[in-house]
Design a protein around this ligand. Sequence first.
Ligand code: IMP
Ligand code: MG
Length: 179
Amino acid sequence: MQDRKVEDLKILFTQAQVSSKVKELADKINDDYGLKEELVLICVLKGSSVFCCDLSKHLKMPVQMEFIRVSSYGNNKTSSGNVQALDLTLPHLEDKNVLIVEDIIDTGCTMKFLTDILCRTHKPKSLKVVTFLNKKMARKTDIEPDYYGFEIDDKFVVGYGLDYEGYMRNLPYIGYFEN
Ligand code: IMP
Ligand code: MG
């Protein structure tokens, strides 16, 4: 059982703020790719599951969704920098526009690992990255997302797909523990 309680969370972004930011991001992506260009969303499990599904509902082009699973955090609150590929099964992507969908970019180690592998082994027609949250101050790599929802301070956040020891991914808002 988790040792921290949902009742102790401070809200960083409300459900309404989250929803309108998702729509805003989808509008930008629709504008950039247009109605006809097909797009493959690569959802990075487990964290980006909620964001990716919500985002996909606002996209207007033909969309395919793929799911991969990596792990870098374990149950710790700090990134190990050691990214493990748990399942990187993907179809042929050579002629596809690919958009990697992440919940949060922290050190950037996960995204660097993923973009390197995708470019090297799948050679997509185009490759971009969207992340809901961007912890720019925590960056240890030269990775920057093409799109992001909110830039946040270097604090541990939960909800909207992000977990604390496996819990709280289902919260419809983003929160944090003050201490
Ligand atoms: P990075 O490799 O350090 O950029 O970390 C990426 C992964 O760590 C994210 O996809 C999340 O799953 C997890 N992560 C980073 N910061 C947080 C946080 O504040 N709360 C929950 N998970 C986080
Ligand atoms: Mg993640």
